[in-house]
Structure formats: structure tokens, C-alpha cells
Design a binder for this molecule. Structure first.
Ligand SMILES: [Zn+2]
Length: 381
């Protein structure tokens, strides 16, 4: 195995769970000889897959793949290398070097002068061999625990070196990251969000609320995004689209029209006797069911948070013998959508993703702190 079979690409929102798992196991394994168990646990506490979505959205986080599997990740901003992590099973095989080289190229963009990083004690020698020098040792505080780190610096490269670094940064990566950031902006403008303490359709509690009733007030503003989504769904060789009512079906109708495909929908039915999570099912009207039998179908939605509508629609599609192959949506909030897609082995295509936390009511920290519920809203879960 060599570094040459490592492929670097920008991280996608659906990579967040894998990046989180890799980060955790890498810290536990590779740092174990240099930090006490208490320090490592404090360092890792409060981390969730959703915490990686911000840097993914900014185009700052990228992954290293080998044979289609993520074996490491890195993060950088102008002037700083923020993270270089390698799957413990792939340590000392050149993966870290490939990640660091890419991180340096990112850190040099729009930045003149030295590149800084805070190395864990165990990684110090790796960075020194890669051209960094130690500036000082200083602890950083995480979750009220001091973690010793080594501040290191990489001198500004000469013009020739800088040109070489430019070359190692694939142009396609840059273009797609910029494009992704612009799309993120456009979707965010369309989805005004409020913060508070809410109950979602799924029964989960959460902090971010969207007034999706207003999404289609001006359909012309949604249409270009729906067409962008349709373009990205094209490669899935679809035969039909299914959109959960209400706003998801509106997006689905636009996408189906754009792809010249049959359009179907599912409708929310609340089980009043249900006491657990996901009390709403999404049956497909009987007259539409034969149209879906044996077809490759995309579920198209507006926004996925806990995933109640997509989950219900997936179940109904399978019941009528359809083959759901992809979930397409304008936006996802938090990691539930990618977890749901992975569980059901369908692809996830989203134009934007935003961080968000949801909790089972019994574990909701807002409830625990006595924050009043702002509304028992029945939809958007
Ligand atoms: Zn709560």
C-alpha cells in the first residue's frame, strides 16, 4: 500500500458520521501513549457528527479515500492547519502526509506568511519531519481540562514552492467547493430559521425551526433550486418521483416536471394512539400505487430534519413494490438524513446542509433546563 492510491476529495455532509467515528478512534488509539484516559475522554466529550457539518459546508474539511473507503480527513483555513487525522489501521502508510500536503495547499490560499498548527504531543515528530518547527508548548483547554499541545510553524514557501503547492491542489476541488458554498447561501436565504425549543413531527425536540409554509409563497424563487436538484438526480436513472405532502410534494412536482417523469406523493397520517417517536405514517394514495410498482423512485423533499416524512415515504414505497434509490432535498439539518439514507441503502442528494441537534424528549437538555416549549407544531420533522 502506498500514498499514491490515496484520493483526496472535499467532504460531503453524508461523510459526517464516518469522520466523527474516525476522529474518535484515531484520538483514542494514536494519542493513548501520550495522554491520560481522563484527558482523552474530556477532549472527545460533546462531539457529534453534526459538529463536522459547519467546516464541511465552508469547504474546509476534506477526506482521504483508499479503495472507496475514508481512511483519514483534514481541515485547514487560511494560515492554519486545523486537523490531520488518520484511521489507526492505516497509520504510517503515507496517508497523513497526503492529507497534510493538501491541508498546506488550502492554508496557503489567500495567505502569505507562515502556517501554524497545534500538534498533539504524539504527532510532533511527524510534523517536524514534514518541515514544521516547534515554537512553544502550551496547554489548550477543552471541556475544563488542559490538554498539552505543541504550537508549530511552517515557513512561508518560496515562490517556486508556492507554485508547486498550487499544482497539487486539484482545480476541480476548488471549483466545487466554491459552487457548494454559493448554493448553501442561496438555500439559506430561502429558509428563514428561528431558534428556540420546539417539538417536531417525529416527536423529537430541537432548537431550530423553519416556517416552511412560506417556502412556496414565491414559487419562482424555488424553481431554480428545484431544477438544480433535478440535475443532480438525473444520474440515478429514475422512473418516478414521490414527494411527501405538503411542501416536499411541491418540490417533488417541480423536480418531476423538470425531469419529465411521473409524479406521485405520500400524505401524512397521524396515529393518535402512538406514544413513541415517529407517530406519523406517509401512505401513498391507492390509485397511485400501481404506477410505482417496480420503478426506480426518488423521494424528493424540502427539508429533512429528524426525517419523519422521508422515513414514512420509504416504508410506503417498499410496500407498493417500488425501488427507492435516492433521497433528494433542498436542505438537511443535522445528521439524521444521512443516517437514514445509509440505513436504507439509498443515496442522499442535498443542495445544502446545516448543523442542528435534535433529542428524544427524555434526553432534551432544553427540557432539563426548564426552557419553555415555543410551540407544539405538528409538522416538519
Ligand atoms: Zn425539550
Amino acid at each position: 500500500m502506498s500514498a499514491s492510491d490515496v484520493v483526496i476529495r472535499p467532504a460531503r455532509p453524508d461523510d459526517a458520521p464516518r469522520v466523527h467515528a474516525l476522529h474518535t478512534s484515531s484520538v483514542r488509539t494514536l494519542c493513548a501513549g501520550h495522554y491520560s484516559a481522563d484527558v482523552i475522554e474530556a477532549w472527545l466529550s460533546n462531539r457529534t457528527p453534526a459538529g463536522y457539518l459547519g467546516p464541511i459546508e465552508r469547504g474546509a474539511l476534506f477526506v482521504a479515500e483508499r479503495g472507496g473507503r475514508i481512511v483519514g480527513f483534514g481541515e485547514a483555513a487560511a494560515g492554519t492547519v486545523i486537523a490531520v487525522y488518520v484511521d489507526p489501521g492505516c497509520a504510517r502508510q503515507g496517508v497523513g502526509t497526503a492529507i497534510l500536503r493538501h491541508a498546506l495547499a488550502l492554508a496557503h490560499r489567500n495567505h502569505d506568511g507562515p502556517i501554524r498548527l497545534e500538534a498533539t504531543v504524539n504527532a510532533r515528530d511527524f510534523y517536524e519531519h514534514s518541515g514544521f518547527r516547534e515554537i512553544r508548548r502550551a496547554p489548550v483547554e477543552r471541556n475544563h481540562v488542559d490538554i498539552p499541545v505543541v504550537v508549530m510553524e511552517y515557513d512561508a514557501p518560496s515562490r517556486a514552492e508556492a507554485r508547486m503547492l498550487e499544482v497539487t491542489l486539484p482545480v476541480a476541488v476548488e471549483a466545487s467547493a466554491v459552487e457548494a458554498a454559493q448554493m448553501q447561501e442561496r438555500v439559506a436565504r430561502l429558509l428563514p430559521s428561528r431558534e428556540g425549543h420546539f417539538v417536531f413531527e417525529s416527536g423529537h425536540h430541537g432548537q431550530v425551526w423553519l416556517d416552511l409554509e412560506r417556502l412556496f409563497l414565491h414559487p419562482d424563487r424555488v424553481r431554480p433550486l428545484a431544477e438544480g436538484l433535478a440535475d443532480r438526480l438525473r444520474e440515478h436513472r429514475l422512473e418516478a418521483v414521490c414527494g411527501p405532502l405538503v411542501e416536499g410534494a411541491f418540490v417533488g412536482l417541480m423536480v418531476a416536471s423538470s425531469l419529465h417523469l411521473p409524479f406521485t406523493y405520500s400524505e401524512p397520517v397521524r396515529d393518535e394512539r402512538a406514544t413513541g417517536l415517529f407517530p406519523v405514517s406517509y401512505p401513498i394514495p391507492k390509485p397511485l400505487q400501481p404506477e410505482l410498482h417496480g420503478k426506480r423512485v426518488a423521494i424528493v423533499n424540502d427539508v429533512i430534519n429528524a426525517g419523519s416524512a422521508v422515513r414514512g415515504t420509504l416504508a410506503s414505497l417498499k410496500q407498493c413494490g417500488a425501488q427507492p434509490v435516492v433521497v433528494g432535498t433542498l436542505a438537511v439539518y443535522g445528521p439524521a438524513a444521512s443516517e437514514l439514507a445509509a440505513t436504507h441503502d439509498v443515496a442522499l442528494v442535498t443542495l445544502a446542509s446545516f448543523p442542528s441537534r435534535i433529542w428524544e424528549p427524555s434526553r432534551c437538555p432544553l427540557c432539563a433546563n426548564g426552557v419553555p416549549l415555543l410551540g407544539h407544531a405538528a409538522r416538519h420533522g
